[in-house]
Design a protein around this ligand. Structure first.
Ligand SMILES: *Cc1c(COP(=O)(O)O)cnc(C)c1O
Length: 414
């Protein structure tokens, strides 16, 4: 087959074979257009000449100087995530956890206080009580359903408030309108962990356009590991904002931390984004179906899912996110079943993997002991409910998942 090389250089070289591979004269012609975004890999970015090397760096916007701040591939993903999040700016990080750390470090100084919901993602609690305490940053955990108690905690030292909707594991939907209104009134910066909603369930920057126009968080972070990837195969995070000054602070901290992302992983997220709406809807529908079915099981004391009327924060969910329910629910087993029996139930499942994370193709189940990870207690007493299992619903056929749960209940009883 004839290879139609353009006449852009002499392909027969007198240089050695190594030099020729590194300084090869062939340049693919311009004019390439495809649906997929090309993967642009670099640590070294080449300058045309020393004049370009010495040129002062642009303060805002994109300039290519080194692989770490960004490549055409990462800037493309950042722009698409900003759009998904209804934001203007986006910083990518190597994990969702790194996005949380970046946010807290960018906006907190020694002597400041951060308020964190008691049902916050476990690793955010860990950073707050561990790393931030070491840096002289104090914290308080608040009940995301109790706005008066939250307001009483706000002080001149409060410099950042974390929000999460729905909360981790117990999935209480916070009183976002009440909490954000209280923060706005005092000029306190707010950061929402928006992993559950993914930018699809509601707009983090305007959470209730009809009820409270313009009310929203200042920053929205999400684990791209979850819905945007959808593959259970990579880790990545993002922090979005509409405020250019806040974005500059994030970029400055991003440079301190050296938070690079792998280009193949960026490409994988770019492949996941076109199907995110379809996946979110399908997983949401299957999750609600199975959550309702579980709630009717005699072995289960209660099911936690914001769309269920007796789930904590249901009224707040209806105001902010009435069309979206995520892919998670938790089932609290009756206290007659001890933790060992509930473990046996989980071990008996065949369609559900046992493992962390969610929003991938495979459904997952994890039993949790929350007794040591909550400061303000749980929404049920030990007489009302025992061990909790969190279910993340994937993309399997829902009848297979239902049949699997049913056979595991037989194991539990037998
Ligand atoms: C998974 C998750 C994170 C962290 O994301 P990683 O990419 O796993 O570090 C943060 N917040 C929430 C709510 C999550 O579910």
């Amino acid at each position: 087959m004839a290879v139609p090389f353009p006449a852009s250089g002499n392909l027969v070289s007198k240089r050695g074979p190594s030099t020729e591979q590194i300084h090869h004269p062939f340049r693919a012609p311009d004019g390439w257009e495809a649906v997929a975004v090309p993967v642009a890999k670099a640590s070294t970015v080449l300058f045309k000449n020393t004049a370009e090397l010495h040129r002062p760096r642009a303060q805002d916007g994109i300039s290519y100087r080194y692989g770490l701040p960004g490549t055409p591939t990462t800037y493309t993903l950042a722009a698409r995530i900003a759009t998904l999040e209804h934001a203007e700016h986006c910083v990518l990080t190597p994990s969702g956890l790194a996005a949380i750390t970046l946010t807290s470090l960018a906006f907190l100084q020694p002597g400041d206080e951060v308020l964190v919901p008691d049902n916050v993602y476990g690793q955010n609690r860990h950073i707050t009580t561990g790393l931030l305490t070491r840096l002289g940053i104090s914290h308080r955990f608040y009940d995301p359903l109790d706005v008066p108690a939250f307001e009483a905690m706000l002080s001149p030292r409060t410099k950042l408030v974390w929000l999460e909707a729905a909360g981790s594991i117990t999935l209480e939907f916070p009183d976002l309108i009440g909490l954000l209104t209280a923060c706005r009134a005092r000029g306190v910066l707010t950061a929402l962990d928006n992993t559950w909603g993914a930018g699809l369930a509601f707009n983090a920057f305007e959470v209730a356009p009809d009820l409270a126009p313009g009310l929203g968080a200042d920053l929205s972070m999400q684990a791209l590991t979850k819905f945007p990837s959808g593959g259970a195969d990579l880790l990545m995070g993002a922090v979005c904002t509409r405020d250019a000054a806040l974005h500059r602070q994030l970029v400055a901290m991003h440079e301190f931390l050296g938070h690079g992302v792998g280009q193949n992983d960026v490409e994988a997220v770019l492949r996941g984004l076109p199907s995110i709406v379809l996946r979110y809807r399908a997983q949401d529908a299957a999750t609600r179906d199975l959550a309702r079915w579980m709630a009717a099981r005699p072995e289960i004391a209660r099911v936690l899912h914001p769309a269920l009327p007796d789930s904590p924060g249901h009224a707040h969910w209806r105001r902010v996110s009435p069309d979206a329910g995520g892919c998670l629910f938790s089932a609290v087993f009756r206290p007659t079943y001890d933790a060992r029996q509930v473990d046996a139930f989980v071990d008996a499942l065949r369609c559900f993997g046992i493992g962390y994370s969610w929003a991938g193709p495979m459904s997952l189940a994890v039993p949790y002991d929350l007794s040591r990870s909550r400061s303000l207690g749980l929404p049920w007493s030990a007489e009302e409910g025992g061990t909790l299992v969190r279910f993340a619903i994937g993309l399997e056929d829902v009848e297979d998942l239902r049949a699997d749960l049913a056979q595991a209940f037989e194991v539990l009883k037998g």
